[in-house]
Design a protein around this ligand. Structure first.
Ligand code: SPD
Length: 292
């Protein structure tokens, strides 16, 4: 009865909803539009007063209509502006559509395989977060597969993708296996030598150990790998990271300028200048810790 009452109150009246990480919490005010449990996770759709409709998975903020470009632009463009070709792109996760939307800005891109484990994330994003994926959902170049990303990379032939983008949730529940050696080894194997790999690699403040271990693991597999830091106010600490990796040379550091000039006009954060500065602004303590 108490739960039923609380649930009713949360749907009718404005209240705070928080993500808890140890002794810190990050909250937004608004009301719950829908909450459901799938085979994989709890999905919450929240109408926030500040950032518009938002998605939480297992009580962690994933995205919000007015707070997503900071994340999606930075995950996608360093990779797509620097891969030699864009015939085949792989997105693991990305069920809200934001990563696909950024990728589909490239006219030369031929096909995206988007592998999302939880069908309901896509269905609810189309329904409640349409502003994020928008028309990308109808783009013929987008091939959506409701499958496990770990098996997908295991079963793909060598040197297949020009870019691989890991748009995962945090390393627990269904995303746990997206942060391990075997998974990254398969990504390396299925990436073309002239391709670029990109992954969200958590907060260097809130999840320092996971963050450092993940970069080190990626560095041990790919010849070149570097983290990029930026601000994502929706996520714990507001300080976030993406890691880019490549095989022949550190391609991700050198965006193709004719692509980049076109794309940066459509962006709020990302530009070649922002990217150059952010790669160079590696905090001293993290640089030391990454060398250990
Ligand atoms: N702590 C939140 C990490 C989530 C990163 N991915 C979010 C998915 C957005 N497309």
């Amino acid at each position: 009865m108490k739960n039923f009452y609380n649930n009713y109150i949360q749907r009718i009246f404005n209240h705070w909803i928080d993500e808890y990480q140890g002794n810190v919490r990050l909250g937004l005010k608004g009301r719950i539009l829908l909450e459901e449990k799938t085979k994989f996770q709890k999905i919450t759709i929240f109408k926030s007063n500040h950032y518009g409709n938002a998605l939480l998975l297992d009580n962690c903020w994933m995205t919000a209509e007015l707070q997503e470009k900071q994340y999606h632009e930075c995950l996608v463009h360093p990779a797509l502006c620097s891969a030699e070709k864009l015939d085949n792109v792989l997105i693991i996760g990305g069920g809200d559509g934001g990563t696909a939307r950024e990728c589909l800005k490239y006219d030369e891109l031929e096909k995206i395989d988007l592998i999302e484990i939880d069908r309901r994330v896509i269905e609810l994003s189309k329904q409640y977060l349409y502003k994020i994926g928008g028309e990308s959902w109808n783009d013929k170049r987008l091939n959506i597969q409701i499958k496990d990303g770990i098996s997908w990379v295991k079963n793909t032939t060598n040197n297949y993708y020009d870019a691989i983008i890991i748009d995962s949730s945090d390393p627990k529940g269904p995303a746990k296996g997206l942060f391990n050696k075997e998974f990254y080894e398969n990504c390396y194997r299925i990436l073309k030598p002239s391709g670029v790999f990109s992954a969200q690699t958590e907060s260097p403040e809130t999840f320092e150990k996971i963050h450092l271990d993940t970069i080190k693991m990626i560095r041990n597999i790919f010849k070149y790998a570097d983290p990029l830091y930026g601000s994502v106010p929706l996520y714990p600490s507001g300080w976030w990271s993406w890691t880019f990796a490549s095989i022949e040379k550190p391609r991700y550091k050198y965006p193709n300028l004719s692509r980049a000039n076109k794309i940066s006009k459509t962006c709020e954060i990302w530009s070649p200048k922002w990217q150059k500065g952010s790669f160079e602004a590696l905090p001293a303590n993290l640089e030391r810790k990454l060398q250990k």
